[in-house]
Every structure is written in C-alpha cells, then in structure tokens.
Design a protein around this ligand. Structure first.
Ligand code: SAH
Ligand code: ZN
Ligand code: ZN
Ligand code: ZN
Ligand code: ZN
Length: 425
C-alpha cells in the first residue's frame, strides 16, 4: 500500500484456534485511511497488481524530499514579506505559487525562528487514530534532552519525536559548544520541507520502511555508525494506538542496524533506547524487550487535554519512559517530587511507596497503591478484592461479564483496566 509493505494479521473468532490470515495496512487501523486488504492465500491478478501500483504512485507526495530541500533554500532567501505558509496545504509557498493558493488561508512573514520550530507551524495531525501527534510539553522535552546530555550521549535517533529533534537542531544551530546531533525518522512527510536528507528520513515505524529507499536507509546507517556506534541513543514516542509487536519488530531492526558497527569487546550490548509509551503497556513492552524497565517520570504533552500539566495542580499523565539503561542512572527531578528509592535503586514518584511485602515501589500511576494479601500484590487504591472474580477490581465492576477480549492480553473475562497482566513486576 502507499505506506510500504502491509502486515499479516489474523482474524480470530472467539473459541476458535485458527483464523484466516490477511494483509492490511501497517499504519492505518481505520479502513477509511487506507483500504488495502488481501487474504493471505488470495491470488492477485496482473491487472489488480498494476492498478495497485498506479494507486500507490498517485498517492505519493507532490514534491520529493530533494525538491523540498531546494524549495527551502529558495524560501529562506526571500525577504520576510514574501515568506508565506499555506495552512490548508501545510506547505511553504514560493511567490510563483501564491496564485494557486489564493483562496487558501495562509500565514505571512514566516520568521527564521518559525522555520526552526516546524512542529509549532504545522497542525498536529489529530484526526487519524494511529497518526495522532501529541507534542511534548516544553518541560518534558527539556527534561529528556537534559537527561540525554547528562548521560553523555551525542547522537539521538529521533523516531517519531519531531519536537525533540527540533529542540536539538535549534540548539545545535545557536550554541557553539552544543555537541548533540539528531536524525528524525517520521511518517509525517511535511517535515521534509524543513530538514535536509541528512536530518530527516520519511519512515514508517510499523514496518521499518524507508520511503526514500536505499539512500535513506544508508543515511540512517551512517548516523548510527559514527564514532563506531558510540554515544547513540534512540528515542521514540509512537502513536499509542499502535501495535506493540509491529513497533517492537521495527525497533529490533533499528537496533540490529546499530549492532552491525564493529565495536570491539562490547558485542553483547543493546543500542540504548527510550521508548515513551503509556504505563499500561508495560507487560507488552517487557514481553518483547525483557531488558527494559519503566521509569516513573510522567511525560506531559502540549496538545493532549488529558496528559497535560494543568495550570492548577497537575493532571496525572499515564505516559512513561521505558529504557534498557540502568534505572539508577535515570535521575528524575526532585523539584517535581520524585525521590530515589535506595532499595529499588531507582527514582520513583513521591506517592509511590515502597511495599515491604512486594519488596518494590509498586505504584504504576503515581498514586499510592495498597497491598492485597489475597492477590499477593499491590493494586490501585480504588480497587477491592472481589471473591467472585478472585482478584481485585473496581467495586462496581461486572463480574466476569465482559465478553469482548481484553485490549492488553486479548483474553476474555475482563477489560483492560482490570487485566491481571498489567501489574506484573
Ligand atoms: N511527543 C513527540 C511526538 C509524538 S506523536 C514529540 O513531541 O516530538 C507521534 C509521532 O509519530 C508523530 O510525529 C507522528 O508523525 C509519528 N508517527 C505516527 N505514525 C508513524 C509511523 N507509522 N511511522 C513513523 N512515525 C509515525
Ligand atoms: Zn494552499
Ligand atoms: Zn505489595
Ligand atoms: Zn486482591
Ligand atoms: Zn468480580
């Protein structure tokens, strides 16, 4: 499909072991956004293949990345009064194109500062489920960057983190002694208007597809290979509706790409990584990356009503950092209430109490959790032990009545919020 190789899915109906397998778009969960569909065992006729290829060609962006780089060069030569950005087409306009966009809304006097923060200029894509863009609040972005610098990293592979990339790029161009570099991999092609081929690769993180072909892949490889692969960290913040197994498979390929560097005597290492994702995916992420652990730091967003740091008191964000670095190295800001637990050897939320029985700081959401002797683990403060279900749940839950499979583990009998695999430590 236009977004690269499709993924193989299986349709299962409850109770049946085997389902029929089919290919569908890797990135769009909504058929309205990409309607590619093919049974695995289906024969595809030549005409249908040709039609598909034609369709894919027609669904490519109107300018190539190279053309966009040229356009940018011309754009910055223009006086301020001639720098326009079409809000409808989400495109920088050259004077010769004004006519074509005359009945579109546009912004004037696009400054150099605006060009350096494209994530503010572009509309966040919010319409599509999987392509939803939630931009880091400045505080969280700054925290991530400071952490990266303090840990001694010099190169950041920014996978779906345009705002972090932008912060790095902008500091690199302004501060002489700023040594960190970043390469952005993202599916949002609008960014190709602002970054060269060495700064941005059009990439699909659900199928590890480089739209720019071998040249783009080589750019990524070169970036990882600099200094024998030392000093690199990958930071990713995928859409939360994304399939964890697809993401994990792509990230493993990026890690493998890094590993191919000839590093003497450290061949058992993994590429350091920060995966920003909601805490209720902890068990899923650990399934694919057993070396990872979840940090208590709550990542805040600018344009997400729920995950936002409010003016009065703070709303709890469910988004965390998962990393393969040693947890004790991840220093969380004490001024925001995080403290170091000497027993767990990691920083935890102020409300996260060390449970003597579990021998760990067990809270996942920042609130103080309570230990249930029957469940033999700590549970959310709002839960009570239900003798019917034989586990803790919300007081007004429907006992074993949910027939739809659980969002997290896929099993029937409970919903995501009461999934037993959530609070595994
Ligand atoms: N918090 C981040 C943005 C995260 S939003 C920041 O502020 O920098 C998710 C990002 O992933 C968006 O930039 C979006 O364009 C990108 N994205 C969504 N689907 C993708 C895919 N299939 N492949 C690569 N990037 C994708
Ligand atoms: Zn326009
Ligand atoms: Zn406990
Ligand atoms: Zn219980
Ligand atoms: Zn019950």
């Amino acid at each position: 499909c236009p977004l690269g190789p499709a993924l193989l899915f299986v349709k299962t109906s409850q109770g049946k072991e085997e389902g029929r397998r089919f290919y569908a778009c890797s990135a769009c969960r909504d058929r309205k956004d990409c309607n590619f569909f093919q049974w695995e065992d289906e024969k595809v006729s030549e005409t249908r293949l040709a039609a598909r290829e034609e369709y894919n060609r027609n669904h490519q962006p109107s300018f190539t990345h190279g053309q966009n780089v040229e356009r940018y060069k011309n754009f910055v030569l223009l006086p301020l009064s001639k720098r326009r950005f079409c809000q409808e087409c989400q495109q920088l306009l050259l004077p010769a194109e004004w006519e074509k966009h005359s009945d579109h809304q546009f912004l004037c006097d696009i400054s150099t500062a605006q060009l350096k923060s494209p994530s503010q200029l572009l509309y966040p894509l919010e319409n599509k489920k999987t392509n939803a863009q939630y931009l880091f609040a400045d505080r969280s972005c700054q925290f991530l960057l400071d952490l990266i610098i303090d840990l001694g990293f010099r190169r950041v592979l920014s996978v779906g983190t345009p705002r972090l990339h932008e912060m790095i790029q902008s500091k690199a161009s302004q501060e002489e002694d700023f040594r960190v570099r970043s390469l952005l991999l993202d599916i949002d092609f609008r960014y190709s208007q602002f970054y060269t081929e060495d700064e941005f690769c059009h990439y699909n993180m659900f199928n590890h597809y480089f739209f720019g072909g071998e040249a783009a892949r080589e750019t990524c490889r070169k970036f990882l290979y600099q200094d024998n692969g030392e000093g690199v960290i990958m930071v990713t913040d995928p859409p939360f509706g994304g399939l964890v197994e697809a993401l994990a498979s792509s990230f493993k390929k990026l890690m493998a790409m890094w590993k191919e560097t000839e590093k003497e005597g450290q061949n058992n290492q993994e590429m350091p990584m920060f995966w920003v994702f909601p805490y209720f995916f902890e068990s899923r992420i650990l399934e694919f990356f057993p070396s990872f652990s979840m940090m208590d730091y709550q990542v805040d967003y600018d344009n997400h009503a729920l995950y936002k740091h409010g003016k009065t008191g703070r709303r709890q964000s469910p988004v965390r950092i998962f990393t393969n670095l040693t947890p004790s190295m991840i220093v969380l800001p004490v001024e925001e209430g995080y403290r170091f637990c000497a027993i767990c050897q990691r920083y935890v939320s102020s409300g996260n109490q060390h449970c003597e029985i579990c021998d760990s700081c067990t809270s996942k959401d920042g609130r103080r959790w309570k230990h249930c002797v029957l469940c033999k683990k700590c549970v959310k403060p709002s839960w009570f032990h239900c003798n019917n279900c034989n586990c803790c749940a919300l007081q007004n839950h429907a006992c074993e009545k949910t027939d739809a499979g659980c969002f997290v583990c896929g099993k029937a009998g409970h919903k995501r919020s009461t999934c037993p695999s959530l609070s595994h430590t």
